[in-house]
Design a protein around this ligand. Structure first.
Ligand SMILES: [Cu+2]
Length: 319
């Protein structure tokens, strides 16, 4: 639950590392109970080392439909993201964790055990309603100490916020507590779509097209989801710095969630690069936005995809 201790942790991380802390961290994890929100949901990632538990602390468990800003503070020493599952009917995280999540964990356990055929076969255990889950975006990969923001249009319904980064042992973070329910009401918030994006990214079956000037400073990035034939997970966009000893080839392999080493994170090595913003995949025809602060240096726009078919574009931010 939110506490003043969490706020101090966030403030300490933002202050000590001089990272791109968006907004006022002191109000990003308001103490008190959950409440209904319009337009903004704060999510804070925390790690309870004593219990070895990862958690999302959210400012609201109910929000009006419409354009919603997810402000994600990573106050944990490991990398995280927020992935939104729109569940069919009145299902909640209880159903997801009982019927869907264990199948993915069993498959990963078999992959790690070197039994790929069995790993693939266990997906037959998924309930029929798994196919009705709609992936609805969310803040992208966020390195420790960073605050990222994604703006999404939410339809009414029940959502689960989850993180499927893994431990070195292959345990998904949702299996260690990192999930939260969000109910989106029929009331439509009178919040407008973000205006005047400085960068536009269009994701298609064959390409990732980036338009605009990657100048230093603050940007609003519009991401247009135009893949006609996405895989299980469609293309998304994450922004990583490459000029801090990162190796692009290693990063591409790490972005493959199906690999044993894929999306693993530890305190000593949170990720092969510093992730500063992005947005998770959404269905064809959607547009999402994310805020991004660019400093002079080397970066990459990169999707979370199988390493055999990666999608990325490197770029340089000039002085
Ligand atoms: Cu996580």
């Amino acid at each position: 639950m939110p506490s003043s201790r969490n706020i101090r942790v966030v403030t300490a991380i933002c202050g000590s590392l001089l990272v791109a802390c968006v907004g006022d961290s002191s109000d990003s994890a308001t103490p008190g109970g959950l409440e209904e929100s319009v337009g903004v949901v704060d999510v804070t990632a925390i790690y309870d080392a004593a219990a070895d538990e990862h958690r999302f602390v959210t400012s609201a468990d109910t929000v009006a439909a419409g354009w919603t800003t997810f402000r994600f503070t990573n106050a944990s020493p490991m990398l995280h993201f927020v992935f939104l599952d729109h569940l069919p009917g009145d299902r909640t995280s209880t159903d997801l964790l009982a019927e869907v999540s264990p199948v993915f964990q069993e498959s990963m356990d078999l992959t790690i055990a070197g039994r790929p055929d069995e790993a693939a076969a266990v997906f037959a255990k998924l309930p029929e309603w798994f196919g009705e889950i709609v992936f609805r975006g969310g803040p992208g990969f966020t390195s420790p100490g960073y605050v990222t923001e994604a703006v999404l249009y939410l339809e009414p319904g029940n959502y689960v916020l989850e993180c499927y980064v893994k431990t070195l042992e292959g345990v998904f973070h949702w299996n260690l507590g990192m999930h939260a329910d969000l109910h989106v009401t029929e009331d439509v918030a009178q919040t407008a779509a973000p205006e005047n994006p400085t960068l536009q990214i269009t994701l298609t079956d064959s390409d990732m097209v980036v338009e605009g000037d990657v100048s230093r400073g603050e940007h609003l990035v519009a991401v247009h989801f135009q893949e006609e034939n996405p895989g299980l997970f469609g293309k998304d966009v994450h922004v990583a710095r490459l000029d801090r000893g990162s190796d692009l080839e290693e990063l591409v392999t790490w972005m493959d969630a199906n690999q044993v080493e894929g999306l693993t994170s530890t305190t000593e090595n949170p990720a092969p690069a510093t992730f500063v913003g992005g947005v998770q995949d959404m269905p064809l025809g959607n547009t999402a936005y994310f805020k991004l602060t660019l400093e002079p240096g080397e970066y990459v726009w990169i999707s979370e995809l199988p390493a055999a078919a990666p999608s990325f574009k490197t770029f340089t931010v000039p002085e």
